[in-house]
Design a protein around this ligand. Structure first.
Ligand SMILES: Nc1nc2c(ncn2[C@@H]2O[C@H](COP(=O)(O)OP(=O)(O)OP(=O)(O)O)[C@@H](O)[C@H]2O)c(=O)[nH]1
Length: 437
């Protein structure tokens, strides 16, 4: 939700929001402030009201009227303090018209009562009523109509009290009423201005918060997008496994670690057999499904520390850290079995899948993965030539020959067999446990 800072059109003649929901929200946010202000106003008013008992005494002495006035002052003071206490425990009372207006009524009535009980102190009563009139506007968190009503009662009550018990000359009375009228006008303008300013500030704050929320949401959206893009940049869309670029980053890191720690690192090339036939007979959609299934079955045989990527087309590549060629041969054999064990059933068709795997071990001192990949690829081609659905491991002598700088054994091509032996099914795994045996 986007809010817009309060404009003159948003506020009514009382300086309140025209929108009731917005006004209610504003008042809720002001509740603690209003309660605190009312509490202080009540305590100060109660103290002052009681303190004026001294003036009563100086005017009346220890007379019957003085004791009456004192009793009235004590009652009003107690009621005001009681409301202050109630507001402390229930701040919502500060914004409830009934208790606040009752307190005002009580305090004004008490002040008016001083006129008949102490007619000689009419000037003190007048001054007190002017101060009370200002306080009604400035310190009592009431709405403007209630402030006006309270002041109307105050002026009306003063007129009646003076007419009955302390008549003043016409000019003085007119002056007093003019003074009270001026005070009312000034305070009304001040309080309306204050209301407007408070609401404008509230609206600007709400705007800033809304902008902040939008920015936070945008940031979250961007970082989600960034995460998704990063994932896409590293993942093969069709199979969901690591793509070729990411595979090389991970495998290269493993090669450096293996070189540094003197641990073995094996590479395994995996190629689906007769994949072209699957595509040609059943269509590319079925071919894609087969690719996904083979990728998932291969991955299920690996540990978290192994890296598998799509090399291209129907070919996958696996890096097996901490695995010598014998161990890698065992893992490859299990992958071969996992792929061919269970035929794939798609749309009522039974598809027999198999893969051929070529293994090589990265030799110490090799500065990149390329020689190892080339050997694994040649082993794979040898497996294809041998009839497919098998594992071929590059013999140690061939790899050693390459790493020592001697000329590589001639590789006539895919149809030619490499001098490597297919690992027999169920060959010993050599101290390494796959994730899913
Ligand atoms: N459905 C599908 N087919 C693909 C994809 N990428 C490559 N291919 C197909 O994979 C086939 C690879 O065929 P070949 O390289 O001849 O290999 P093959 O038929 O598996 O034969 P061998 O490897 O010798 O067993 C080609 O027909 C490609 O069009 C792909 O993402 N989806």
């Amino acid at each position: 939700m986007v809010t817009i800072a309060a404009t003159a059109e948003d506020l009514d003649w009382r300086g309140e929001f025209r929108n009731p929901a917005r006004e209610a929200l504003f008042r809720r946010t002001m509740r603690a402030h209003d309660a605190c202000q009312l509490r202080h106003a009540l305590v100060v008013a109660a103290g002052l009201f009681l303190a004026f008992g001294l003036t009563d005494y100086s005017l009346l002495g220890s007379s019957h009227d003085f004791w009456l006035l004192l009793a009235m002052r004590i009652s009003v003071t107690l009621m005001l303090l009681l409301l202050a206490l109630a507001v402390r425990y229930r701040p919502a009372l500060a914004q409830a018209p009934l208790p606040v207006n009752l307190a005002c009524l009580l305090a004004i009535s008490g002040l008016l009562l001083t006129v008949p009980l102490r007619p000689d102190g009419i000037w003190i009563s007048l001054a007190s009523l002017v101060a009370a009139s200002m306080s009604l506007y400035l310190f009592i968190p009431n709405r403007v109509p209630w402030m006006l009503a309270g002041n109307a009662y105050l002026i009306g009550g003063l007129l009646v009290a003076m007419r009955l018990w302390a008549p003043l000359p016409g000019g003085v009375l007119a002056n007093s009423l003019l003074l009270l009228g001026f005070v009312n006008l000034l305070c009304w303008m001040t309080v309306t201005r204050l209301h407007r300013l408070q609401r404008a500030q509230f609206a600007s704050l709400a705007d800033a918060r809304s902008v902040n929320r939008r920015l936070a949401a945008e940031l979250e959206e961007r970082s989600t997008l960034e995460r998704r893009l990063r994932h896409m940049a590293r993942t093969d869309e069709l199979t969901g496994i690591t793509n070729r670029r990411r595979f090389f980053e991970l495998a290269e890191q493993s090669r450096r670690e293996a070189n540094r720690d003197g641990t073995p690192l094996s590479l395994c090339m995996v190629d689906i057999d007769h994949f072209k036939t699957i595509n040609d007979r059943h269509g590319h959609a079925v071919g894609d499904m087969a690719l996904r299934v083979v990728a998932a079955r291969c991955q299920s045989m690996l540990r978290d520390s192994d890296h598998m990527g799509r090399y291209g087309g129907e070919e996958f590549v696996i890096a097996l850290p901490q695995a010598c060629s014998i161990t890698a041969g065992g893992i490859a054999e299990r992958i071969r079995e996992a792929v061919s064990r269970q035929p794939l059933e798609i749309n009522g068709m039974i598809l027999t899948l198999s893969v051929t795997l070529g293994i090589s071990c990265v030799e110490p001192g090799e500065g990149s993965l390329d020689p190892g990949l080339l050997r694994a690829d040649r082993a794979l081609y040898a497996g294809k030539a041998r009839g497919r659905n098998c594992v071929v491991t590059t013999p140690r002598s061939l790899a050693a020959g390459r790493s020592s700088g001697s000329a590589p054994a001639p590789m006539p091509g895919r149809a030619a067999a490499i001098g490597a032996a297919a690992a027999p099914a169920g060959a010993p795994v050599g101290g390494r446990l796959p994730r899913h045996p």
